[in-house]
Design a protein around this ligand. Structure first.
Ligand SMILES: C[S@@+](CC[C@H](N)C(=O)[O-])C[C@H]1O[C@@H](n2cnc3c(N)ncnc32)[C@H](O)[C@@H]1O
Length: 267
């Protein structure tokens, strides 16, 4: 919807969370309800897209494992164009915009172009998918450190930007995004860096959605073989994964008790 006479709209980089609509923030939901334009990525859950008002223009930017349907420059140009004609432009991204979501790059381009922009953090897949699988990323007795790491370094073109061997010795819980195509190499590097072969690993696919799959295995079984699970998946490596069988698993769809969230009536 264009607004004649509007000087400049504002772009909101909104994190949609990993899929379960109950994990969208209150602020993100309110912005969606007032959006004039929504530009969204592939991993935004369908039940979150249902919250977009019919009056808003929807644009699919598509993004899977770093590859865009629209090239990144085109998305940035589109955001700038829409901010000049619409009041509320929501750039909706899966999880959190600033965790492997190119939110930083998009925000910088908008700031440099003089476009007002604000980030609305979301719950990142690494945290939510692990929690739904019954895995706390830290635990007093098992892990005092967590790292979020990208595993998206294409086979054949591998440039060792991530020092897996150093991470193996320095960090107790590793949460790996976009690691499915490179999992065998990552596992071999972690073993070479000193992680024990029997270190527990969780592969969580489509976490927090009705398609959620949780696979529990050991680090040594991943080295030297193709990944047993397809994207989009989160890999959690570390002793905390041993809690997965002890803590309850959340299986979406999760029902929300609206009565529990309602304000108590005054006597
Ligand atoms: C481009 S990154 C975007 C990450 C996103 N910004 C976030 O904070 O969750 C895409 C990767 O996130 C992970 N991912 C996103 N949603 C997921 C989900 N529901 N379950 C498991 N992994 C997910 C996968 O590793 C996927 O390949």
């Amino acid at each position: 919807m264009t607004r004649p006479g509007l000087e400049m709209g504002k772009v909101y980089l909104v994190g949609a969370g990993p899929g379960d609509p109950g994990l969208l923030t209150v602020k993100g939901k309110a912005l969606l309800a007032h959006a004039d334009v929504v530009i969204y990525d592939a991993l935004v859950g369908s039940s979150i897209l249902e919250l977009i008002p019919p009056t808003a223009e929807r644009i699919y930017a598509g993004k899977h494992c770093g590859a865009h349907t629209l090239p990144q420059e085109q998305i940035t140009a589109l955001l700038m164009e829409k901010a000049r004609t619409a009041a509320v432009v929501v750039r909706l991204k899966g999880g959190d915009p600033f965790i492997f979501g190119r939110g930083g790059e998009e925000m910088l381009a908008l700031v440099q172009a003089g476009i007002p922009v604000e980030v609305v953090p979301g719950i990142t897949a690494g945290i939510a998918a692990s929690a739904y699988a019954g895995i706390p990323l830290t635990h007093r007795d098992l892990s005092s450190s967590v790292a979020f790491v990208t595993g998206h370094e294409a086979a054949g073109k591998y440039r060792p930007q991530v020092n897996w061997r150093a991470l193996a010795g320095a960090v107790e819980t590793l949460v790996i995004y976009m690691g499915m195509h490179n999992l065998s190499h990552i596992a071999a590097e972690l073993l070479a860096g000193g992680k024990a072969p029997d270190t527990p690993v969780a592969l969580i696919r489509w976490g927090t959605t009705p398609e959620q799959e949780i696979h529990l295995l050991r680090l040594q079984t991943l080295a030297g073989q193709p990944s047993p699970v397809a994207p989009p998946s989160i890999v959690v490596v570390g002793a905390v994964v041993s809690l997965a069988g002890l803590l309850p698993t959340l299986r979406p769809p999760v029902s929300y008790c609206s009565a529990a969230l309602a304000q108590p009536e005054s006597p």
